[in-house]
Design a protein around this ligand. Structure first.
Ligand SMILES: Nc1ncnc2c1ncn2[C@@H]1O[C@H](COP(=O)(O)OP(=O)(O)O)[C@@H](O)[C@H]1O
Ligand SMILES: [Mg+2]
Length: 316
């Protein structure tokens, strides 16, 4: 590939800023090693003027969470006419909103745990708090997971075992997002499946199995060394693994996740697959799941970064 000028967008003001800075640093190193001219840009109010002055050939989005994964930066780069890595505006906006994404999964026949969505406005303006007693039956019983509809890295997420814990968990989730999901807890094997666009259809990497020592893959388990064990490929029977790969590919395609996505799902003890979400800017840190899966598939970190950059440049 020719030598290109690439702006790596990282940091910013999302709650996943620190993770993004780690992803960004690694991406910069890989792009430099490949001979590109790299601008490492921490996203601030100067971003637009910097991009206009520097006129990069492409932006590599190493942002995670709000603004980086919700369509904000994608919409801005469309306006500025700069090609960027990863899924486009619609895909990001839909994937970022778990409540909408899950509705699309259901319509497309992609299995996802039973849930209800409650918006902050429904509490504030419409008295939704008087219906908390209906929730357990609605989702098929306790325990449940309460999580913000739009957030990542398990921030604001908690497991609730008794109905009395719902209100506090909802309040917590709603401090991160304008809506919260109460989702049936699914016991089983937590799996992350990274997907690229292949030549004809999705190219699904080996599923990564996640075993958090605490029993919940929360922020601490995600980013503290030694808190979680990973198995690549996931320890699944062949037929179950094939189903996981099929479902992940279907979710990637349904959500129009151009270039790349990481589909998070749970496999229950009967081999049933339950999709939780699609991530449109998967982590690229030393301990992240996409680089782990790529390595198992014989792709180096640099291969991944170059593949995504190439896809962006092809849209010039
Ligand atoms: N319904 C559920 N049942 C069991 N575990 C869950 C459920 N929902 C989430 N989790 C756990 O929490 C983690 C984060 O949830 P996820 O829905 O992927 O949100 P985030 O965007 O924060 O990553 C998952 O990887 C899984 O380990
Ligand atoms: Mg997740």
């Amino acid at each position: 590939m020719s030598r290109e000028k690439v702006a790596v967008l990282m940091g910013g003001r999302s709650l996943e800023r620190d993770v993004s800075l780690r992803s960004g640093k690694r991406v910069c190193e890989a792009l430099e090693a490949a001979g590109h001219k790299v601008l490492a840009l921490d996203v601030t109010a100067d971003l637009v003027s910097t991009l206009r002055a520097e006129r990069p050939d492409a932006c590599y989005i190493a942002l995670h969470g709000k603004y980086g994964e919700d369509g904000t930066i994608q919409e801005l780069l469309e306006f500025l006419g700069i090609p960027y890595t990863g899924p486009g505006v619609v895909s990001c906006s839909l994937s970022w909103d778990k409540s909408l994404a899950k509705r699309l999964f259901v319509e497309a026949g992609i299995p996802t745990p039973a849930w209800v969505t409650l918006t902050a406005d429904a509490f504030k303006e419409m008295g939704a708090a008087t219906a908390l007693d209906l929730i357990p039956d609605e989702v098929g019983g306790l325990p449940v997971v309460v999580k913000p509809s739009k957030q990542g890295s398990a921030l604001g997420l908690s497991r609730v075992d008794e109905a009395g814990g719902l209100a506090e968990a909802l309040l917590n989730a709603l401090s991160y997002s304008d809506a919260a999901l109460v989702e049936k807890w699914v016991d089983g094997c937590v799996v992350a499946v990274s997907v690229f666009d292949g030549d004809d259809g999705p190219l699904v990497l080996p599923p990564v199995e996640i075993v958090a020592h605490s029993g919940l893959f929360d922020f601490n388990a995600m980013y503290t060394a030694g808190e979680t064990d990973y198995y690549v490929p996931a320890r699944l029977d062949d037929d179950v693994a094939a189903r996981v790969i099929e479902v992940a590919g279907k979710a990637h395609t349904l959500m129009e996740c151009r270039d790349v996505s990481r589909v998070d799902l749970i496999v229950d003890p009967q081999g049933g697959v339950h999709v939780l979400e699609c991530n449109t800017s998967p982590g690229m840190t030393e301990t992240s799941l996409l680089p782990m899966a790529a390595e198992a598939a014989g792709m180096s970190f640099q291969d991944v970064v170059e593949r995504l950059l190439h896809a962006a440049l092809a849209r010039r």
